[in-house]
Design a protein around this ligand. Structure first.
Ligand code: NI
Length: 135
């Protein structure tokens, strides 16, 4: 485990008050616990947006499986990006809609390409990526 380092932050009192107020509601025991996660998220976002580090995560899709060839296109795209895809969980949400969670692992640039392609499919109603990096 890395050695812990302390640093101080200057911020408006009202912002600190709001931050402290949200800690308990979100389940954090201390400011440090929350800050560690916020900093990791901040770093992950920069890797995700512009870097080419190894990342892993999920993208959750919802789509109407009755329209067009949605299920076929989504499956074809996952085969095309088979080097990234770890597994997929498919839930038939209701008569018309499907919910699919795709777990991926790979270079950020390749993952961005996959997310862009899958999000752009005509019948995908929402695509929500959640990523983390491999330290
Ligand atoms: Ni389904």
């Amino acid at each position: 485990m890395d050695k812990l380092t302390r640093f101080s932050i200057s911020l408006p009192a009202s912002l600190l008050e709001d931050f402290d107020g949200s800690l308990e509601a979100r389940g954090y025991r201390t400011r440090s616990d929350a800050m560690r996660q916020l900093i990791r998220r901040f770093i992950t976002e920069s890797f995700w947006e512009e870097g080419d580090k190894s990342i892993f995560g999920t993208v959750t899709l919802t789509y109407d499986h009755h329209s067009h060839d949605s299920a076929k296109e989504i499956t074809a795209l996952q085969h095309e990006f088979g080097d990234l895809i770890v597994c997929t969980t498919h839930i038939h949400a209701d008569y018309q809609h499907c919910f699919e969670s795709v777990v991926f692992r790979g270079k950020a640039s390749r993952v961005r390409e996959f997310i862009k392609e899958i999000s752009g499919l005509k019948d995908v109603q929402s695509s929500d990526p959640a990523v983390s990096f491999i330290p």
